[in-house]
Design a protein around this ligand. Structure first.
Ligand code: FES
Ligand code: FES
Length: 185
């Protein structure tokens, strides 16, 4: 039995007939040949499969493709081209934010999604006061990226790359970050 699924991936529309048990990760890699999302653990524990759905980062190994019918998906390939890298891709390159590179597409997608979350005022586990404005410290970056593992240990350079993009976006925004809404228990 198969079900019809329609995706937009990196701006291109696809119509698929898939087994309803197929994950987004397997649909991207096996059906569409989009190979940047990596299958590290296949259990939601390493972040290598991270892609963006809209501006939200998701672990594609945990998403059933049939549930994402109509989704607008962006993988690391969709964030720039070889001739014109996206700003996060360029920053990873300049800061040597990768060694083997296996985790890198997921790290880059996660970093882009994480900055959207921060800019939307979403606190993290290490945010000192969830009811106040807060800085994107290196501690915040590390916590927010903690779902993306790198067996090569390129973490220091990954933080530096994300820091550069975050600082650049903050300067461009030229306006204070929104104060998160009060969280009621
Ligand atoms: S392959 Fe998805 S989290 Fe590891
Ligand atoms: S660069 Fe090798 S796993 Fe991260």
């Amino acid at each position: 039995m198969t079900v019809p699924v329609q995706f937009t991936v990196n701006g291109q529309e696809y119509d698929l007939q898939i087994d309803p048990r197929t994950t987004v990760l397997d649909a991207l890699r096996d059906k569409l040949g989009i190979m940047s999302p990596k299958k590290g653990c296949d259990h939601g524990q390493c972040g290598a499969c991270t892609v963006l759905v809209g501006e939200r980062r998701v672990l594609s190994c945990l998403c059933l493709a049939a549930s994402y019918d109509g989704a607008d998906i962006v993988t690391a390939e969709g964030l720039g081209t070889v001739d014109e890298l996206g700003e996060m891709q360029q920053a990873f390159l300049e800061h040597d934010g990768f060694q083997c590179g296996y985790c890198t597409p997921g790290q880059i997608c996660s970093a882009v999604g994480m900055l959207h979350e921060y800019q939307a005022g979403m606190p993290s586990h290490v945010t000192p006061d969830v009811n106040a404005s807060f800085e994107l410290t290196d501690g915040e970056i590390r916590e927010r990226m903690s779902g993306n593992l790198c067996r090569c240990g390129a973490y220091v350079n990954i933080v530096a790359a994300i820091r550069e993009v975050a600082d650049s976006q903050t300067a461009q925004a030229a306006q204070p970050l929104p104060v998160p809404e009060k969280v009621t228990p």
